[in-house]
Design a protein around this ligand. Structure first.
Ligand SMILES: [Zn+2]
Length: 315
């Protein structure tokens, strides 16, 4: 069978990454353009179109069967994108209709957490698992639910918001309006703030030297470097964060009768010790018959996940 060709667009906060992609997940051509999120929706949509034109030129007349786009923000089922964070002047844009009209190619849009989950399901760490929870652990905590090999979107498209599972009803107030969301403990900014508090009590930590004594510079990258260097304080910070994340994940495993979590995003890349902490915590927070079957593994696709998962929307 001839391979199908599609376009996958990863619309990020700073860069639009667009690939010409085969049905087996090979990226044949790629264009990267600045998103221009500060210049309003017209400018952003112009960049998306330009990047698609770029990769279509590389198709050299071969039929392109679809265009998939992973976008930040709330994506409704008809491909309308609402209020992506960090995009100025953007209320609601019918992205799927606009792109489909511009190229006369079938177009699907989904949110970027879902496309990253689809990428792992089709081409990455999730290939062996028809059912898993996908988690992106970075600036915030995002997620997607893969059910019987497909993304589960829920009745209105909002499923998979693992970052807003509360682990303490008296916890810190989250931007979503709920107290104690897991994101308010282990999202990048919160994790860094927590690390600063701990570091004030621990002058012996190597993190102090890594930030030149300036605690306002503390971020997960430095904590990770110190942890790899055997720094006890840094290891404890990640172990605590992984343990808290595992509490939220354990609840989801129980609810869905799931065993497998696949975790990507910048902070998850800190090291195996993070996965050890999450795994131990998930096991401690699921029903006992599930305990021995719990699997927590890293995502495989990194930077290409957005494009591959967007392509997966139309494959
Ligand atoms: Zn929240």
């Amino acid at each position: 069978m001839r391979e199908k060709l599609v376009v996958g667009v990863d619309l990020g906060g700073t860069t639009v990454k667009t690939g010409l992609i085969t049905s087996s997940g090979v990226i044949l051509a790629e264009r990267r353009l600045p998103t221009l999120g500060d210049e309003g929706p017209e400018a952003v949509m112009g960049q998306v179109r330009k990047s698609i034109e770029g990769v279509l030129a590389s198709a050299k007349g071969k039929a392109v069967r679809g265009i998939g786009i992973g976008s930040p923000g709330l994506v409704e089922k008809n491909g309308i994108v609402k209020a992506p964070p960090n995009f100025k002047g953007w209320t609601s844009v019918p992205m799927a209709d606009e792109i489909q009209a511009a190229f006369d190619i079938h177009t699907e849009v989904d949110n970027d957490a879902n496309t990253a989950a689809i990428a792992e399901a089709k081409f990455g760490a999730g290939r062996a698992f028809p059912n898993f929870l996908f988690v992106i652990w970075g600036t915030g905590i995002g997620g997607g639910i893969i059910m019987n090999g497909q993304i589960y979107r829920g009745p209105s498209g909002g499923a998979g918001e693992i970052g807003h599972v509360s682990i303490d009803y008296k916890g810190p107030l989250c931007k979503c309006g709920t107290a104690g969301c897991i994101e308010t403990y282990v999202g990048q900014r919160y994790l860094s703030a927590r690390a600063v508090e701990i570091l004030k009590q621990h002058p012996e930590s190597k993190i102090h030297a890594l930030v030149g004594g300036d605690l306002s510079k503390v971020e997960p990258l430095y904590i990770s470097q110190a942890a790899h260097d055997g720094d006890r304080v840094a290891l404890d910070i990640f172990t605590e964060a992984g343990t808290l994340l595992g509490v939220a994940l354990g609840g989801v495993m129980n609810t869905l009768d799931y065993r497998v979590s696949i975790i990507g995003g910048g902070i998850s890349a800190a090291g195996q010790f993070v996965f050890d902490a999450i795994t131990a915590s998930v096991k401690a927070n699921v029903m006992s018959p599930m305990r021995d079957e719990i699997i927590v593994i890293p995502a495989q696709l990194g930077n290409t996940a957005g494009m591959l998962g967007a392509a997966g929307l139309v494959l």
